[in-house]
Design a protein around this ligand. Structure first.
Ligand code: S3P
Length: 178
């Protein structure tokens, strides 16, 4: 491991369904680091599914929770963090995560994301991704991906994951860090 990366957090960013949680889990095991998933922490604190937080309190409330959790996670040292796909919407989140983190972008094509999402249990995907669910899923996805493309470029390192399994992606990132 590059000496200067030892205490750094590895922060996974990019769109819903690219595999941030799966890769984050694998990476944390490979590197022997703690793993924190922002959405999981939010759900635990609210004792609610993401879908219900959006429905009952609205997106603005969710984004405030997300901002608070990301600020706390930014203070950690040497852990792996999976962000939600909307973490990049607030520049303050990125600023904080970058203070002690290496931002790794897991980029994927729309068709890979669609296939990942339809591979999850239907309820799990809908429970955590309300922004895709109103009306046309593919249309919503393409629009949001387009809107956010520039924001995800705040990363330090980008990997196009389509050709790889989650296991391979975590091996490539580990290699990059060594
Ligand atoms: C969101 C992504 C989701 C979750 C919420 C909002 C987004 O996380 O935080 O539904 O705005 O992109 P995943 O990226 O883990 O699906």
């Amino acid at each position: 491991m590059m000496d200067n990366l030892l205490g750094k957090n590895i922060v996974l960013i990019d769109f819903m369904g690219v595999g941030k949680t799966t890769v984050g889990n694998l990476l944390s095991k490979k590197l022997g680091r703690g793993f924190f998933d922002c959405d999981d922490i939010i759900m635990e604190r609210c004792a609610m599914k993401i879908k219900d937080i959006f429905k009952i309190y609205g997106e603005k409330y969710f984004r405030e929770m997300e901002k608070g959790v990301l600020a706390e996670l930014s203070e950690r040292k040497g852990v792996v963090i999976a962000t939600g796909g909307g973490a990049v919407l607030n520049p303050e989140n990125i600023e904080k995560l970058k203070i002690n983190g290496l931002l790794v972008r897991l980029k994927a094509s729309p068709w890979k994301i669609m296939s990942n999402i339809s591979g999850y249990a239907e309820s799990q995907s809908c429970d955590s991704r309300p922004l895709l669910d109103e009306g046309d899923k593919l249309g919503n996805m393409l629009r949001l991906m387009h809107e956010r493309e520039g924001l995800y470029r705040c990363c330090h390192y980008e990997l196009f994951t389509d050709p790889f399994s989650a296991e391979e992606v975590s091996a490539i990132i580990t290699q990059y860090l060594s």
